[in-house]
Design a protein. Structure first.
Length: 320
């Protein structure tokens, strides 16, 4: 079977959730293995094993957490040359992009970025990548070995399969000039009550909300449901809400159990980031809006009247 590697991103001694999503895809494609670098990598190996990694290559060298990208790229280059995997999967995250780009340049193999999916085809790998703001999807074939593909978060659902990985300790291979960009300080944004990427219920608003002064209506509903609040690109670009709330091609990809789209027309730029939601509910004045065609339940009407009534009903139900 093909050798499929996952770069298991470690940040502040914790395993990034996308690493487990990548393992679900890796299991579909071949023999899944993972590389975990940095403080906390050893502890992460057990979780990676439960999600299907047969082998986890581990180094807890402090340099991986202290310096930006280059130490990880050095060690990944050495490991890939030693073991020759067929495909290396990275998450489409800030830190993983830094490592993947350097690795591809050093190996001379290129990479496919921002992919929604990857599959085996004709003895190689083909990735599906959105373009034109998500309005179109193109198939990109990797022509070199290893193929390097960066998958968007939430493109695949993580699933635990049980099992225990073989843990192989590796020597950190760090070049003399790779300790140049050092992390001096980390500042963490004040976290929202429910993190958008991890929420099981999301209430998102678009231009149909009328203005930023009406977004508290969505926050009230989200509070009643224990949900997170998202937004379309249009309202983010208009300055109504911060970028951290944006769902879509140039925002966050989400995969909740329920996605409530309020006043959102349903442009591809937005739907590419939420179409994997299990249940989609749309509230919109326009019965012909594109979002209505993909919704499991569509409600036609004025969101500014409907949403407060819905919030009241939810609170009344919980009150009982």
């Amino acid at each position: 079977m093909a050798g499929i590697w996952v770069y298991a991103e470690i940040g502040q001694e914790k395993l990034a959730p996308i690493s487990l999503e990548l393992l679900a895809k890796a299991r579909e494609l071949g023999d899944a293995e993972a590389v975990a670098l940095g403080p906390g990598a050893g502890a992460a190996a057990a979780e990676l094993g439960k999600h299907g990694a047969k082998t986890v290559y581990v180094s807890e060298d402090a340099a991986f957490g202290e310096f930006i990208a280059e130490p990880a790229a050095d060690t990944m280059e050495a490991l890939v040359k030693q073991h020759s995997p067929d495909l290396v999967l990275f998450g489409f995250t800030t830190d993983s992009r830094e490592v993947a780009g350097r690795l591809a340049a050093r190996l001379g193999c290129g990479l496919i970025s921002n992919a929604l999916d990857v599959k085996s085809q004709d003895g190689g790998f083909v990735a599906r990548v959105p373009y034109f703001g998500g309005a179109k999807i193109a198939d990109y074939k990797a022509n070199a070995k290893p193929a390097i593909v960066l998958l968007r978060p939430k493109s695949v659902e993580a699933s635990e399969v049980g099992g225990e990985a073989k843990v192989e300790q590796v020597q950190a291979t760090i070049g003399a000039n790779s300790k140049r960009a050092r992390i001096l300080e980390r500042k963490v944004e004040a976290a929202e009550a429910v993190k958008l990427e991890d929420a099981t219920v999301i209430v998102s608003g678009g231009r149909g909300m009328g203005g930023p002064e009406n977004f508290p209506i969505l926050e009230d509903l989200a509070g009643a449901l224990g949900a997170a609040v998202g937004a379309s690109r249009a309202v983010v670009d208009a300055g109504w809400v911060p970028y951290s709330m944006q769902v879509g091609q140039t925002g966050k990809t989400v995969r909740p159990g329920v996605y409530i789209a309020v006043g959102i027309s349903g442009a591809m730029q937005h739907t590419v980031g939420m179409k994997a939601s299990k249940v989609i509910i749309a509230i919109n004045k326009d019965s012909e809006a594109p979002i209505m065609k993909m919704a499991d339940l569509g409600v036609v009407g004025d969101a500014l009247k409907i949403v407060p009534k819905l919030t009241e009903a939810v609170k009344a139900k919980k009150g009982k």
